[in-house]
Design a protein around this ligand. Sequence first.
Ligand SMILES: O=C(O)CCC(=O)C(=O)O
Length: 274
Amino acid sequence: MTNEASAQFSERGFLVLPGFLSTEQVAGLNKAVDDSLTSRPEDWWRLSDSFRQAPNVLPWTDAFDFAIEQRPILDLVEHWFGEDVSFEEFSILIRDPTENLSEAKGWHRDITRDYSRRAEIDAVSLIYLLTDVGEDDHCFSVIPGSHDGLLHLRPNEHKAGEEVDILGPAGTAVLFHARCLHCGKLKPKGRQRRSLHIYYSRANGPRTSEWTDIPERLSAKTDPLLPPRLYSKWNSTDVFDGTGKKPRDLPAGLTMAETLSEVQRRAREESARV
Ligand SMILES: O=C(O)CCC(=O)C(=O)O
């Protein structure tokens, strides 16, 4: 990864890398998504008619491991943090065609919706597009600089046109700071969009999300080519108090979907607080 890419990431808070994955890699990842949908439907959570997500698939497949372990991305993330990095979360997202264009997940920062704690957001997210995203498709959109120079911005406070819509062919990688304001924009003619969402943070910090179990296959790895503490948080109980923390006060026996719905409800409540 060039110094130029690193400087761009620091200044704008995101970086778009078209053609990062090969056609074969994208096909393999889409097959793994299909397999998850058919063989483990219970891992999928539906937030709205256009939004499906599976945040805990790693225990049942190794098909996504290489996507987490891309050295050029890890180099950049290590450079950004300037210390050992850790893997935090892996999630598959599907945005389906819909007539209901009101976005359930509007402008937000990740990790915490508490505006007063936005400077504490300390994670970087890697997105892979697994389908082509053109102008008419649902897209990820981000406000440049809202992780740093525009950190004062509240959700929906930016000027119209200040955001950048991320379009690109399948195989595009997008790295963004979780502190950047972003949203998923729905389009009336949007085709199904599939993406993978991976989070990294500091190995020395708290875990920023406990929604993804890190299986022993990964935590036991001793690959000298990987950051030494990449999977070190597999058993961490020190979890940042935000959207990545499973509520401790819910009744036992809730399904993953019910738990996640409650977390989303609390996150919306949190963002509405002044
Ligand atoms: O890409 C999308 O549709 C929304 C993704 C999002 O909001 C997130 O990654 O936090």
